[in-house]
Design a protein around this ligand. Structure first.
Ligand SMILES: *[C@@H]1O[C@H](CO)[C@@H](O)[C@H](O)[C@H]1NC(C)=O
Ligand SMILES: *[C@@H]1O[C@H](CO)[C@@H](O)[C@H](O)[C@H]1NC(C)=O
Ligand SMILES: *[C@@H]1O[C@H](CO)[C@@H](O)[C@H](O)[C@H]1NC(C)=O
Length: 407
């Protein structure tokens, strides 16, 4: 165990959606309850906060059963077939234990509960006038997040099954959108760029290097796809769950990690974001521009599946050139990097302020202010935001967007 997880060999930002939240806000490593005001732009002091909407991705989780099985398969392969005497391989064979079991299947780990509990406590520091005892009830969220709020506000948590929620949900899971499921989720051709990259020269190079390190002949593309994926998962999960710089990470060098990261980003891009228009449109039930302010605080815990489409609707993190199977090299400085955008416990905060000149709106992703594309003011007038996104507010009729016309 390294005393400082930041000394990890691989830059943990390469872990994409399996990255930990502390990576994007490094000051949290020293103090998990710290808030950093220099990352946030506020309106004038004549304004006061009147509303907060929070959309959070789930915290750190165990791998899904499908990925656990790949990890086990790769571990067995290393033990059985890897003849190389690399230090990391000896360490895996002699000391590392395959401790992931099928029943863990995607469950939240303790660290994941902590992620939300701590976020809730930081939000109380950010918004002391909004997150008050009176407002705590209007929070539909995970138990850990609520416990964090209760703890921060020093009130007793109501038993989960009697808690009652008053907040309007306005986002749905993409799977509820029939058109999305048919055209993207269940459609192999929708991800042809991902497939192309997985079979392309950069990935092939990573496979060959891996074959050399393991001293296992490079023959079967499918087998090596599994090996790379499983090896990268093992490295990422050991770090996310246990803060271990595990020997698995030493099977990848930095370029390998960048290639693996790109493969993951491509998948997010084509499945959840700009790749297909339906990806973002699939999640909106209603964006009711007036209804949204009827409660002081609304919280939704979602997934990368909701957060990424939502950011996409807002035109955020949109590169000029789409991510494709052939442009890894020129996308080195892309802004679409899922490790920065949607790590575990990623959160989008929308704050409304009452100011003498009217209502203003601030947006923060992962506790940092964002300027909405097309608007210059970091805390614009709410009217200007509505104008900017008028097409979205008017044209988003989920019934029409998601329904498949069978005739
Ligand atoms: C807050 O963020 C700024 C900008 O990233 C950084 O320079 C500073 O060190 C952070 N503050 C603390 C207390 O870590
Ligand atoms: C609260 O969350 C639960 C579980 O996600 C959901 O079933 C329910 O509809 C939500 N209720 C409201 C009012 O948002
Ligand atoms: C699958 O995706 C391809 C590429 O986006 C598209 O042309 C095709 O119409 C989709 N198939 C279905 C059944 O929606």
């Amino acid at each position: 165990v390294l005393s400082r997880p930041r000394d990890v060999v691989l830059n943990a930002l390469y872990f994409g959606t399996k990255g930990r939240y502390e990576e994007v806000n490094a000051y949290l490593i020293d103090d998990i309850l710290a808030i950093n005001n220099s990352l946030v732009t506020l309106p004038s002091s004549k304004c006061s906060e009147i509303h907060l909407t929070v959309i959070i991705r789930h915290g750190t989780r165990y791998p899904t059963i499908k990925n656990i099985q790949k990890m086990r398969e790769f571990y067995n392969l290393v033990v059985r077939d890897a003849t190389s005497n690399l230090n990391c391989l000896s360490e895996i064979k002699s000391q590392w234990k395959m401790w992931y079991t099928d029943d863990m299947d995607g469950r939240l780990v303790d660290k994941g509960r902590e992620d939300h509990r701590h976020l809730a406590q930081r939000l109380i520091k950010w918004f002391p006038s909004l997150l008050t005892e009176e407002n705590h009830r209007c929070v539909n969220s995970t138990i850990a997040f609520r416990e964090g709020l209760m703890e921060g506000l020093r009130i007793e948590a109501p038993p989960p099954n009697t808690a009652h929620f008053e907040c309007l949900p306005f986002l749905t899971h993409p799977f509820q959108c029939e058109r999305f499921v048919k055209e993207v989720e269940n459609n192999k051709s929708a991800l042809q760029e991902v497939k192309g990259f997985n079979e392309g020269p950069e990935m092939k190079r990573v496979m060959e290097k891996m074959a050399d390190r393991l001293e296992v002949p490079y023959c079967d593309n499918d087998l090596f796809n599994m090996i790379l994926e499983a090896g990268f998962f093992l490295c990422a999960y050991e770090f996310a769950i246990q803060e271990l710089n595990s020997p698995w990470c030493q099977l990848f060098d930095e370029v390998d990690a960048q290639v693996m990261e790109y493969a993951g980003d491509l998948k997010q891009y084509w499945k959840r974001s700009y790749g297909h228009e339906i990806n973002s449109k699939s999640i909106v039930t209603q964006i009711n521009s007036d209804g949204i302010v009827s409660e002081a605080v609304t919280v939704q815990v979602g997934h990368a599946e909701t957060l990424l489409p939502l950011l996409t609707l807002l035109d955020l993190f949109k590169d000029d050139i789409p991510l494709s199977s052939t442009n890894f090299a020129t996308q080195h400085n892309r802004i679409f990097r899922s490790g920065k955008i949607v790590p575990y416990a990623a959160n989008l905060l929308v704050v409304l302020y009452k100011c003498p000149e009217g209502i203003r709106m601030g947006v923060r992703l992962n506790e940092k202010s964002l300027t909405l594309p097309g608007l210059t003011d970091p805390v614009p007038m709410y009217e200007d935001v509505k104008k900017r996104y008028r097409a979205l507010l008017e044209g988003c009729d989920q019934e029409t967007v998601c329904k498949i016309n069978n005739s």
